[in-house]
Design a protein around this ligand. Sequence first.
Ligand SMILES: Nc1ncnc2c1ncn2[C@@H]1O[C@H](COP(=O)(O)OP(=O)(O)OP(=O)(O)O)[C@@H](O)[C@H]1O
Ligand SMILES: [Mg+2]
Length: 451
Amino acid sequence: MMNNDMELINALTETLKNSPSNIPLRKHLAQLLLKAGRFEEAEQELRQVLVHIPDDIEIKISLADTFFHLDKISMAVVMVEELMKLDYLPANFFLLAVQIFLKAGETKQATRAYLKAIKLDKSLINKELEKDLEINRQILSEVDDQIPRDRIPLPVNDIPDGPDFVLERSEIKFADVGGMDNLKEQIQMKIIYPITHPEIFKAYKKEIGGGILLYGPPGCGKTYFARATAGEVNAYFISVGIHDVLDMYIGQSENNLHDLFQLARGNVPCVLFFDEVDALGAKRSDLRHGGGSQLINQFLSELDGVDSSNTGVLILAATNAPWHLDSAFRRPGRFDRVIFVPPPDQAARMAILQIMLKDKPTKNIDFQKVAQKTEHFSGADLRAVVDQAIEKKLHDALKSGVPAPLTTDDLLKVIKNIKPTTKEWFATARNYALYSNQSGIYDDILAYLKV
Ligand SMILES: Nc1ncnc2c1ncn2[C@@H]1O[C@H](COP(=O)(O)OP(=O)(O)OP(=O)(O)O)[C@@H](O)[C@H]1O
Ligand SMILES: [Mg+2]
């Protein structure tokens, strides 16, 4: 990695000799220099770039970072204070601000920045740092009078106002998802490579963007998969139920929606996931008279990145009822890929069961057999099978005092009493696929049903 960076720095420096006004390249070089710890050179490049794009937040943050490392603390402070006037900043920026303010002896400012950082991203909570900041109830109530002075315990849970949505870190990756190989591949190309190889996409001037809409019967892993995508690339995850957006202070929703997208844009890479997105489309006609259509237009223009670019924001959505979604959502650059997430096939069911039983005491489970006996089961149905079998085992163990491992028979017994939940969905989906299948968008459903 380090060596690669060195080579890249040299190559970029050479290229810039021939085309000194290529600002994106210079920006890239500056950030590599910063990463490589070559701070003097980084400062030089960053200053040059800033002349051309004076409002670039990333550059300003990098410059503050560089000043900090060069021990030019008062300059770093000025830069940070300037940035703090802006509304949308990455969570990581606030951690940098903490360090800078601390070094400048501005403890209160540092504390304020720290509170902002952890409000945005709880995983940034850092007990060591809290010690350095001497964070206690006293200080907290001084920097923010919303925090009562006299209540213990300390802070985090009652941090004052911030955005209504939070950045999460996903605890699962693709390895935790059984099957869905086709989807994993598509996501690689559309979402993962643009993050891991941004320079290649830039070189081909390939615009990164547009969202992916997942649809299918309940419990087949749409939500689970979206979360795993974030984990796979170590991106932030923001999950939004469309109802959250709709219900939020009627009339204010457009602002909230903009805040939400800005939160994502400020914290790339980030998976922004809209669950049950059909609600938005379904309500479009009802709401047309009220403020609803405005909300939808706002949503569409945020998707289009009209005011600000969505680069690095990976937009996923899921629905059980894609037919309720307004076709405006499916135009190029919006949810231009619509992917069917079917119930797991036999191989996928095997993989899912193996994942679910990974850390459980089992004995010679015949996964093939269990997978065979669970046709039409969703991932959630399989989860229910495993949970019930384990529960039964636990019950027996408590009675006999001897814990016994789970067997194939235990699972098969439970399966007999569980009805797969996907069939009902297909009864409805079939009709839409047969009679409302514009441009073959539901062909996958027909293929699955072998119609
Ligand atoms: N491919 C899979 N691999 C592992 N676990 C899975 C898989 N698919 C589903 N599951 C399990 O089933 C649960 C339910 O899946 P999930 O909530 O993602 O379904 P969904 O498609 O979003 O359903 P809904 O349409 O009802 O929102 C998950 O939490 C997970 O435990
Ligand atoms: Mg879901």
